[in-house]
Design a protein around this ligand. Sequence first.
Ligand SMILES: Cc1ncc(COP(=O)(O)O)c(C=O)c1O
Length: 367
Amino acid sequence: MHIQLFDPVICEEAIRDVSRVLRSGWLGTGPKTKAFEEQFAAYIGMPYCVGVNSCTAALHLGLQLLNLPADTEVISTPITFVSTNHAILYNRCKPVFADIQPETGNLDIESVRRRITERTGAIMIMHFGGYPCDLDEFYELSGQTGIPIIEDCAHACGASYKGRHIGSHGNIHAFSFHAVKNLPMGDGGALTIRSEEYYQRLGRLRWLGINRDTFKRTSHNSYKWQYDVSEVGYKYQLNDIHAAIGLAQLAQLDANNARRAAIAARYERALSNVPGLKLLKYKNDRVSSRHLFCIQVQHRDDLISKLDENHISTGVHYLRNDHFSMYQKQELPCAEQFWQTVMSLPMHLRLTDEDVDYIADTVRKGW
Ligand SMILES: Cc1ncc(COP(=O)(O)O)c(C=O)c1O
């Protein structure tokens, strides 16, 4: 039996509650979605949350809120899943890749600063592996320059920075509830936002631009068919099937993240003095959600093969996005060094302490 890199666990309450939704006659966007949005906003510490069907959709709509003209530059990270940068292209803007911090994988503020021009319209930051970016510095830069920030929080559900949850420091934050994320629903996403105006607009944009959702129109037993469409929106809304799973999973999130932290601490103890192996360096003013557990090694591909022979799955997060054939390669020395050496060890709730010890022992024996 292989030890998987990710292995989602859905709690029994979610299985019970989703069955109730399936029997209820209302599967679309309705009361469960609303309850999830309210509870997620309260958990994160924000006035509003809008549920969507993926983080990719959340990033697309989050950037659309800024109404950037075509070809506006958006500074972003090359070390991310493609969704972060696709969202920029969906908005007809231009990704400008900045370099990263070699010890965390997060965007480096000085590199971002050097890429600001009069054409810069936004900065997209991503909390790599669930470890929060340097938010004080980024929001100070945003305040000085007037350039808005969008946070890709796909990895960082439940993480916090200086005592407040990720998703509550700025104005626009996008989350993923994809199957292997810290709060898995199967597929799903959300935006946490501060402004009522953004909240109202997102409610329309995720539902084809329609100004009254179907649940409201069908309540009181008479189907009220009138609605208006004021701009083109998308078929991006969260539904009650996924929301019911999410509500039950949200109740477990902190306990699940605590288990992830214990797994990470066990790995770190076992791997702290291995020649040729570097752990990422984390500051103690913030708490990672420990979505990924990454190490950096020379001859990374050899270690991947060795672990595979020993029935341990691993991953590489991420190939440099500017190396994909649709982009032009940039001069980004830290991103280059990072992606050539980084790899992810298994991180999920089915791992036992014995699994973690076995994985760490196998790594320690060399490659
Ligand atoms: C950093 C990052 N951003 C965005 C996404 C997109 O999330 P979703 O699958 O919910 O669209 C992912 C998913 O893997 C991700 O890792």
